[in-house]
Design a protein. Sequence first.
Length: 227
Amino acid sequence: MDERKMALLSQIIKEYIKSALPIGSKLLAGQGEFGVSSATIRNDMAELEKDGYIFQPHTSAGRIPTANGYKFYLKSINRGRLTFGEQKCLKQILRKLKTEKTEVLIKELAKKIADLSNNTVVVGFSDNDVYYTGIANLFGQPEFKDPQKVYNISLIIDHLDKVMAKIFEQVKGLEVKIGPENPFDEQCSAVLTDWGKRKRGIFGILGPLRMDYEKNLGLAGFVKENV
């Protein structure tokens, strides 16, 4: 893929993460970042669609990224840096580590990260001891207006302990699971990490394919490095 198409794919994904609306060539051309006409951008988008990185949800609509598009995008980004306020807030929770039980602390941390990411957080304390928070964040995303998608995710949540048991020993370090690779649901993405220097656990941020990967990698990385 040449540099312009890589930049175009990246911009489509960034715009889609923000808006959840199909991205058209006129919008991209109007931003003036590419220095080419909307017709040239349409041609490039057609190539990206042919290669399986974006698709058109319906006739005359713009394009949205595929799971393969997000996977390619991940290769070009770094872990997001948390803001000073985010770090301060999370470190205040961690200061209680010496005085409170680890499970209580991790649950408090999970709730705060669910708020910061606007996604769901799942925590495995062992392969059959699972905690989750922020489900309303997931179901509040535009992707889950479809009742069937809500039902499918609800089934996964009802059997979250079985899913966690399958992956508990597999997750080592920061990992991103997108679409069909995601053990929770192929309509979603998950940023996962192991945690704990004495007692090992799993921490995951679960959201739509349209999640903010940079930010969520930063949040999960904070847990990996500090718990």
